[in-house]
Design a protein around this ligand. Structure first.
Ligand code: AGP
Length: 612
């Protein structure tokens, strides 16, 4: 978590860095801080709270300087407070650092540094690193780049850092291992950030730093070397990101904008990959493995949170259509078990950010044991796509709201394409069935548009549910992961306790919770489990629960027995998760807004969970 920004060039650094921090605030919003260097020396402004609080705090102060670094924090070591905010400084106050990641051996290093006279002003692991760099710099009589390199070799853990030195105001030093870092290449200026969003309005030319690389940056010079001292030739690539993708475009919140983008994002995700008339799916990113897919015995899906829910939908689809057994694992559990993995396995790692620490660790473990790893990621160039053997990007565009919406439906779309692709390789679906399924899939973006038209009705229903303390979400088959996702959305942005359950499991426990105050959201669309779900609704109603049903348009049977109904267009079971998710996203959104919650930046959360 945490977002970092740096600038060195001919412009004033403050406006660039503060704007960059606002773009990166999705990564953490416990505190923010900026350090600037000018002829007058080093100036540091930092404050607990959001970036706007830093902005207010610094208003009217001297903010000049054409080099600067900034940080937005998701607290790990040390409470969110002014003193634990980054940047942190060395003992002599001349070096200043920002850091994203965790220094695991900081406690030992701190004790050792204390015996050498270092005094610490914060409870953070980051401050230890800048003191260590200073200690090496002072004792070894080497240049700062070399001191940073040697210090980083003593560090266990993950980091993306940027360092400034008051005595060398014309340089920045950046490094990464396990946490992302992009360098924007301008004309006589360089930009540094955790992702490309703070950079895109200034330059399209970027370098994604690799793990174990360290960069020495001056206005007109860039040197990148590895920690083993081997100089690298940087690979400059052009950004596809557009500025308007990072703005709210007239919506009140990013989450609402992202919900409404789903017709477009799903179309983008399918573009060039499906050929309905031919009954063909093309996935360039995994085509090298087409033969391997014909003979695999098993697929393991690893992911966290919403991406894990997408994995459950993937399990349903791959087993149904490609007849390959699938196991879906929480990355955080998988990595600490001793799972049986063989060279014949394919592991699919799903991640919007492409940075989730547990998912990355699970990939590394599976890779060491010989499995082939596919990635399903949204952020182009992130760490996970670089760790995997092959993969398919979701192309949903930047997702800024902390609650995942369009990334989830894009992940489900990619997994649907993968299931059909595998079925095509294995011959488990006839060509005419593939023609039928792909023709229907091609129409799903239009149906999503129709599902979005219930927004006003959903807002009205949200008003009835907004004061609930608990909520149950029920679904069967592929409707079960949708129920899990609906519950996660509600709890993360509205702070209402919510549980997702397979509808039939209700009577093994959760039914005890049902009374006249308990809202129960049921996915009751017309599919193979329709009749069974109706029985489950009866069971809830018999105990006076309040039922909101997501039904297929034109349904009259469920409508008669429930309190509220939201219709979605009719579709085959394979595509139900894509459609049924939409009203649940809107429901949580409106409930959260009505409760006055910060929808885009819910408390305690961050978009990229780069710590375990
Ligand atoms: C979703 O709304 C959550 N913010 C969270 O569960 C998220 O899906 C999870 O942290 C995984 O993130 P990733 O997809 O970037 O790996």
């Amino acid at each position: 978590m945490c977002g970092i920004v740096g600038y060195i060039g001919h412009r004033e650094a403050w406006p660039i860095v503060i704007k960059g921090l606002k773009r990166l605030e999705y990564r953490g919003y416990d505190s923010a801080g900026i350090a600037l260097i000018s002829d007058e020396g080093l100036k540091i402004y930092k404050k607990a709270g959001k970036v706007t609080e830093l902005e207010n705090f610094a208003a009217g102060k001297n903010l000049s300087g054409t080099a600067g670094i900034g940080h937005t924090r998701w607290a790990t070591h040390g409470a969110p407070s002014d003193r634990n905010s980054h940047p942190h400084t060395s003992n002599n106050g001349k070096l200043t650092i920002i850091h994203n990641g965790i220094i695991e051996n900081y406690a030992t290093l701190k004790e050792e540094l204390k015996t050498r006279g270092h005094e610490f002003k914060s409870d953070t692991d980051t401050e230890v690193l800048v003191h260590l760099i200073e200690e090496i710099y002072k004792n070894e009589k080497i240049d700062l780049l070399e001191a940073v390199r040697l210090a980083l070799r003593e560090i266990n853990g993950a980091y993306a850092i940027v360092l400034m030195d008051e005595e060398h105001p014309d340089q920045l030093i950046a490094a990464r291992k396990g946490s992302p870092m992009v360098i924007g290449v301008g004309d006589g200026e360089y930009f540094i950030a955790s992702d490309a969003t703070p950079i895109v309005e200034y330059t399209k030319n970027v370098i994604y730093m690799n793990d174990n690389e360290i960069a020495f940056i001056k206005r007109d010079e860039l040197l990148i070397k590895r920690l083993d001292n081997v100089v690298q030739t940087p690979y400059v690539q052009e950004l596809e990101l557009k500025l308007e993708m990072l703005e709210k475009g007239g919506y009140e919140h990013f989450m609402l904008k992202e919900i409404f983008e789903q017709s477009r994002s799903i179309r983008d995700c399918m573009r060039g990959r499906i050929y309905p008339n031919e009954g063909k799916v093309q996935l360039g990113g995994i085509k090298e493995y087409a033969d391997k897919l014909k003979n695999i015995d098993r697929i393991i899906i690893v992911a966290c949170g919403t991406s894990w829910h997408a994995g459950l939908v993937g399990e349903y689809l791959i087993e149904e259509y490609a007849r390959i057994p699938v196991e879906v694992e929480y990355a955080s559990e998988f990595r600490y078990r001793n799972p049986i993995i063989t060279e014949k396995d394919i592991v699919i790692a799903i991640s919007q950010s492409g940075e989730t620490a547990d998912t990355m660790a699970a990939i590394e473990m599976a890779k060491e044991r010989g499995a082939t790893i596919f990635g399903v990621c949204n952020v182009v160039g992130a760490s996970i796509p670089r760790l995997t053997h092959a993969g398919v990007y979701t192309h949903a565009g930047p997702e800024i709201g902390v609650a995942s919406t369009k990334a989830f439906t894009a992940q489900v779309t990619v997994l649907t394409l993968m299931a059909f692709y595998m079925a095509q390789q294995k011959g488990t679906l006839t060509n005419s069935k593939l023609v039928e399924l792909l023709t229907e899939l091609d129409c799903i973006p239009d149906k999503i548009q129709v599902a979005l038209e219930s927004n006003d009705l959903i807002k009205e229903i949200a008003g009835k549910f907004k004061d609930s303390r608990n909520c149950l979400f029920l679904g069967r088959g592929s409707g079960f992961p949708v129920a899990l996702e609906g519950a996660l959305k509600l709890k993360e942005i509205s702070y209402i306790h919510a549980e997702g359950y397979p509808a039939a499991e209700m009577k093994h426990g959760p039914i005890a919770l049902i009374d006249e105050e308990m809202p129960v959201v049921v996915i009751a669309t017309k599919n193979s489990s329709y009749e069974k779900v109706i029985s489950n609704i009866q069971e809830v109603k018999a105990r006076k629960g309040i039922v909101l049903a997501i039904v297929t348009e034109g349904d009259t049977e469920v409508r008669k027995m429930v309190d509220y109904c939201i219709e979605i267009p009719d579709a085959s079971e394979a595509f139900l998760p894509l459609l049924a998710t939409i009203p649940l996203q809107l429901l949580s959104y409106h409930i959260a807004v009505l409760r006055g919650c910060n929808v885009d930046q819910p408390r305690n959360l961050a978009k990229s969970v780069t710590v375990e």
